[in-house]
Design a protein around this ligand. Structure first.
Ligand code: AMP
Ligand code: GLY
Length: 434
């Protein structure tokens, strides 16, 4: 089977790697640039926004199945245009992707379907938003409605900070049209869980639960990033909580999407917060998480291509989706200065990697001399696997030590909080860093 993977970051490298192992995959193509992926797939240098070019390529190369990674392509309707040309896709339609494409839509969807989520108000008029700020309690969470590369959420501790965020989004338009509408949301706290769930529109099968580390610095300090590391399974996501989340969040979401005429085919990412009042949805993403995919796919058993196909074909109930009883830890190696300003084209050297490590490229390229160089903010994702979380972390960090480039930036505490929870088994729902 000839497969096209759309997108070329660490998430897509992980997808390409598992798909390449499938017994039914014959040839792989990947839209974008990535030195790591280029050893497994033929790279197709088209922009993600070039839907006509991607469709033309897929038709000309007799692509039999397309797997779409990034949110911007899904929200802009790439799955719809490929399907319209007879190319089956893993990835939701444009209307199903609204859950990520518009936070206001997602919040209204949750409220009308009784899915627990923090309270909120939606504003397209800055005067009305300011008036709300004059009487709300702080902290308050200011969210740009549309896609904003993971930077559209501001936790405003004070009235002044909230005003600044509104001004930046609605007046200075730092996220262009994505900030025309804002959601002002109640601040809640508790451990966070990234839950990736596969769906064929009706059936759902969850992957292993993950814990992301979004802030750039150790101890959860500094600005948010695309993700500085992930561990799985997430020890806060106990069996009891999993049962509760399936019943009150996951199944009602999938059923409501179908009922409302937008069945979800693909991977739905639930950003959950386990508050003292119970689990709530902080966000939906209409795609695999990055770097969650790197650990969840590394732990997934079976032929992943067959699983993805079953989502498209409405036969998810006929395949087994089981994660190995092991742990994984992914440490992101970023460029110095990420996520603000950073330099690219730094030469990367990789020594002998220990057993149990996979290296997924986020932003890499080969320079004119054929040397591996950095080519993005998140450069490499180093995934260690082990029988226990401690073992997975140890292997991942041993591998981190044999990789060098100028300005290499990473967090040394990926997994520490999860280890503490495993060791003390506390039912603490407060962030120890706050
Ligand atoms: P998002 O892009 O929606 O995932 O938000 C980024 C991060 O902001 C989340 O991972 C949370 O840590 C935080 N966040 C979002 N919404 C809330 C909220 N209502 N209360 C507290 N923290 C939040
Ligand atoms: N790691 C968070 C995300 O993919 O949105």
């Amino acid at each position: 089977m000839r497969i096209l993977i759309v997108g070329s970051g660490g998430r897509e490298h992980a997808l390409v790697e598992v798909i390449a192992k499938s017994k039914i995959a014959t040839e792989l193509f990947c839209v974008g640039h990535n030195a790591g992926i280029s050893s497994l797939a033929t790279m197709v240098p088209l922009a993600l926004s070039n839907h006509a070019g991607i469709v033309e390529f897929a038709v000309q190369h007799a692509i039999e199945f397309a797997v779409i990674g990034p949110d911007e392509a899904l929200v802009a309707g790439l799955a719809d245009v490929l399907e319209a040309q007879g190319i089956p896709c893993f990835g939701p339609s444009k209307i199903a992707s609204r859950l990520e494409g518009s936070k206001a839509f997602a919040k209204d969807f949750m409220v009308r379907n009784h899915i627990p989520t923090p309270s909120y108000q939606v504003f397209s008029d800055i005067a009305a938003a300011r008036e709300y700020l004059s009487r709300c309690s702080f902290p308050v969470v200011v969210k740009a409605d549309g896609l904003a590369l993971g930077k559209g959420v501001v936790i405003a501790e004070t009235h002044e900070e909230a005003e600044q965020a509104l001004e930046a989004m609605m007046v200075q338009k730092i996220f262009a049209s994505s900030g025309q509408t804002v959601v002002l949301e109640e601040f809640v706290s508790g451990p966070e869980v990234s839950l990736l769930v596969l769906s064929d529109g009706t059936q759902v099968k969850p992957l292993v639960s993950c814990m992301d580390h979004k802030r750039v610095f150790e101890g959860d300090k500094g600005p948010n990033t695309g993700g500085m590391g992930v561990i799985a399974p997430n020890p806060f996501y106990t069996e009891q909580i999993a049962t509760q989340c399936m019943k009150s969040i996951v199944l009602p979401t999938i059923a409501a999407l179908k009922r409302e005429g937008s069945p979800f085919v693909g991977c739905l990412f639930f950003g959950l917060m386990l508050t003292s009042q119970g689990p709530v949805v902080i966000e939906y993403n209409c795609r695999f998480g990055d770097p969650e995919a790197q650990v969840a796919l590394s732990l997934l058993d079976g032929d992943v291509l067959e699983i993805l196909l079953s989502c498209r074909n409405g036969t998810l109930d006929q395949v087994s989706v089981e994660s190995r009883k092991a742990s994984a830890c992914s440490v992101t190696l970023a460029s110095g200065g990420y996520p603000i300003a950073y330099e690219k084209r730094k030469i990367i050297t990789v020594g002998n990697l220990p057993m149990g490590v996979s290296l997924f490229h986020g932003g890499t390229a080969y320079d004119e001399d054929g040397q591996l160089v950095s080519d993005g903010g998140r450069v490499l994702h180093v995934v260690g696997k082990g029988k226990t979380l401690a073992e997975a972390m140890c292997v991942a960090y041993q591998a981190v030590d044999v990789i060098s480039y100028e300005g290499k930036q990473y967090r040394k505490d990926i997994g520490i909080r999860a280890l503490q929870e495993e060791e003390h088994g506390s039912s603490c729902v407060h962030n120890p860093y706050s």
